[in-house]
Design a protein. Structure first.
Length: 396
């Protein structure tokens, strides 16, 4: 069911229009309650499911919209302007979905599952952390066990973002009990086929609606739910670029929401004194420039990713040191820029931005933006970049 370019543009525009409506009419009105109660943004998720946003990244031949990274980033950044937690759920779903559509479509099981996902708009979560690995996604202690065409798995995860509310979870584990910690596979666990025992709480400063406490997961199912190929490949070619680019897009959306509030505040000041330019207008111009630079940063990375041909040989570039450094730099720079921009917006608005009961309140945006540097610690990323730069000879 290939679509013409004109038809594809119409499909994406329809999704983007829906995302704008959801951000304004659903996500934003519920964001304060989601934040205050640290609850799952069920209203936003229901609206995104109804609008078929969850299948935006599915290839057109399987019934999805076939959106590329640049388009997915626009969807995430739009939702983020209403609720950062809702956008993070969408971005993490897209990164897990891409693991299937980019690495498992040679499997009859996964072809059928993706068609079901398009029909039912399943929400996918991930579970890559584990007690004892100290935040290293590329290391596992648990191992999948296989017997008579079925698997069993037990994993004790330090975090499991919205796992209790997802339809399925993609879980990292060692290939078998004799495999090395880095010899991992990715396993699709259907929510109805697993038990989740919550082991920690999720009372955080920001991104409270992602509901990411620790869980002990126990599951069994058909062996065909193990994604083909090593996780090392899907991690480098899909998880890292999708995560870093889409996270950067939504951090930009949070910052853009803050600047929009600051802009409305400055315009209000100007209306009170017609014919004069408020002193805050200069600071608004400065922060708008910083916001534009942040946008160009994530969008250029998204466009470069989309420009890579889909054949295996072309995709090998994503395994290169140059791409690893680019994605590391993107993640670090955008995660640091977002709270700086929100802070500058807060300085423009002043006490009305500091008050939680003000229409110009920026407390939630500030706290949500601060999470970026901690989601895969920037210190860990900079250490990896430093070691690569010791041997990398080309310009980053």
């Amino acid at each position: 069911m290939n679509l013409s370019p004109e038809r594809t543009d119409k499909v994406f525009q329809s999704l983007l229009d829906a995302a704008r409506r959801i951000a304004t009419e659903v996500a934003a009105p519920n964001a304060a309650d989601v934040d205050a109660k640290a609850r799952f943004p069920k209203e936003s998720v229901a609206a995104m499911r109804e609008a078929k946003l969850f299948s935006a990244a599915v290839p057109r031949d399987f019934g999805g919209a076939g959106c590329g990274m640049f388009e997915l980033g626009q969807l995430c950044s739009t939702i983020a302007q209403g609720c950062g937690s809702s956008a993070m759920v969408l971005a993490m779903h897209f990164s897990q979905l891409a693991c299937i559509t980019r690495h498992a479509m040679g499997s009859a099981f996964f072809q059928s599952y993706i068609r079901d996902l398009v029909k039912h708009q399943y929400l996918l979560a991930s579970m890559t952390s584990e007690v004892g690995t100290f935040g290293d996604m590329r290391s596992s202690i648990c191992a999948v066990e296989r017997e008579a065409g079925r698997f069993t798995l037990v994993k004790d995860a330090t975090t499991g973002s919205y796992c209790a509310d997802a339809d399925a979870i993609l879980v990292t584990c060692r290939r078998d009990k004799d495999a090395a910690a880095s010899d991992q596979v990715l396993l699709l666990v259907k929510r109805e086929d697993c038990s989740l025992k919550q082991t920690t709480t999720w009372d955080t400063m920001g991104m409270r609606g992602t509901c990411s406490p620790g869980f002990k997961l126990e599951s069994s199912g058909p062996e065909e739910q193990i994604l083909p190929g090593p996780f090392a490949e899907s991690s480098a070619q899909t998880v890292v670029p999708y995560s870093h680019i889409l996270w950067s897009s939504l951090w930009w959306g949070i910052a853009a929401d803050a600047v929009a509030k600051a802009s409305n505040f400055v315009r209000g000041q100007a209306r009170q004194n017609p014919g004069t330019t408020p002193p805050t207008a200069t600071r608004l111009a400065e922060v708008s420039m910083q916001l534009q630079a942040m946008k160009q940063n994530w969008q250029s990375a998204a466009q470069a990713f989309d420009a890579i041909a889909p054949d295996p040989e072309s995709q090998e570039v994503l395994l290169s040191m140059g791409w690893a450094l680019r994605l590391n730099n993107l993640k670090v720079s955008c995660s640091e820029a977002a709270p700086q921009i929100v802070h500058r917006a807060l300085q423009i608005v002043g006490i009305l931005g500091y008050k939680n009961d003000s229409p110009f309140s920026l407390g939630r945006q500030y706290r949500d933006a601060l999470s970026g540097s901690l989601m895969i610690s920037n210190e860990r990323i900079n250490a990896k970049s430093a070691s690569m730069l010791l041997v990398f000879k080309d310009a980053p």
